[in-house]
Design a protein. Structure first.
Length: 137
């Protein structure tokens, strides 16, 4: 199993680049890039309010976040570090499986990395709250 680099920014960027919306082996991806006790929290309730822990939590988060959509595209608006926290600002678009309507949302994510793996991800609606949470505003 390949381990991520020790630099938090490199870890997050490499994990982001290897992420695939249609991937079928979430366990392999999770084990490569995420700490076994990782926590993902939707701070602003997007796509739904929730706290997801460990591999099973990651699977639920993935399904909750991407299952209702197809043709999902992500654009990185910026990525930077503040101490050990990585702040990534994104614009994500995709089509609803329900009615085909194209949706677009700007989100900000803060990542905490431990031992070369992602330990925590907080997702915020918009960019400003993520910048404040990451201390980069």
């Amino acid at each position: 199993m390949r381990m991520a680099a020790d630099d938090p920014l490199t870890t997050v960027i490499q994990a982001f680049e290897e992420f695939e919306f249609g991937q079928t082996d979430l366990e392999d991806y999770f084990n490569r890039w995420w700490h076994p006790d990782a926590v993902i929290e939707s701070a602003d309730g997007v796509p739904i309010a929730g706290r997801y822990e460990g591999l099973e939590g990651y699977r639920r988060w993935f399904e909750d976040s991407y299952g209702p959509y197809y043709d999902v595209r992500r654009h990185v608006d910026s990525v930077k570090t503040e101490g050990s926290t990585v702040v990534m600002l994104l614009t994500i678009s995709g089509r609803s499986r329900e009615d085909g309507l194209e949706l677009e949302v700007r989100i900000g994510s803060t990542y905490e990395v431990e031992d070369g793996r992602i330990k925590r991800l907080n997702v915020y609606v918009g960019h400003e709250r993520a910048l404040l949470a990451g201390g980069t505003a």
